[in-house]
Ligand binder design. Sequence first.
Ligand SMILES: CC(C)(COP(=O)(O)OP(=O)(O)OC[C@H]1O[C@@H](n2cnc3c(N)ncnc32)[C@H](O)[C@@H]1OP(=O)(O)O)[C@@H](O)C(=O)NCCC(=O)NCCS
Length: 150
Amino acid sequence: MGRWEKEEDDKGYKGRQFVAEINGEIVGWCEIRMSKFGIGVEQLSEFALSRNTSLSEVPLITNLCVEEEVRGKGVGKKLVEAAIKAGSGWGKEVYLQVESTNVKAIDFYRKLHFDVVFDDPACRRVDVGWLGWEEKRTVKTCMRRRVRWF
Ligand SMILES: CC(C)(COP(=O)(O)OP(=O)(O)OC[C@H]1O[C@@H](n2cnc3c(N)ncnc32)[C@H](O)[C@@H]1OP(=O)(O)O)[C@@H](O)C(=O)NCCC(=O)NCCS
């Protein structure tokens, strides 16, 4: 498991980025960084607060992806565990957002002891369209886990 460190730079970034390598090839990556919880959460502050969701900066897992050919071999789990370990001093809970239609990833995160907090309909996703990058509305499921879940 490789690691890029990039903590507290000029823009106030506090995070860690991990890559998984097999035979020198990068096959997966994952990041954890301090971030406001949720892209659309500002519009939903009351909704979020009513669900006991923090609006301050929290450790947020993001950009998790494993190459298709090596999925199901424990790479994703190792990446998430490494990210949680790295962010364990930043808060008691770690958060993430996943597209609500990505049932496979939601099941994967449940297996790693994440629970659904709420669905956020005010999120945006960047897609490549005919005219270049396009922003689209999307619903994301917010999940969280205690650093130590047991
Ligand atoms: C989600 C993803 C990262 C999982 O990575 P992976 O390397 O295949 O997962 P692992 O092999 O580490 O699986 C860890 C555990 O989750 C389970 N799991 C993995 N995929 C699952 C699925 N689709 N449904 C249910 N459980 C699943 C495994 O069985 C394993 O359980 P175990 O520890 O009891 O054996 C990978 O499928 C992926 O890159 N998907 C596309 C990108 C994506 O959706 N990223 C998340 C965006 S938020």
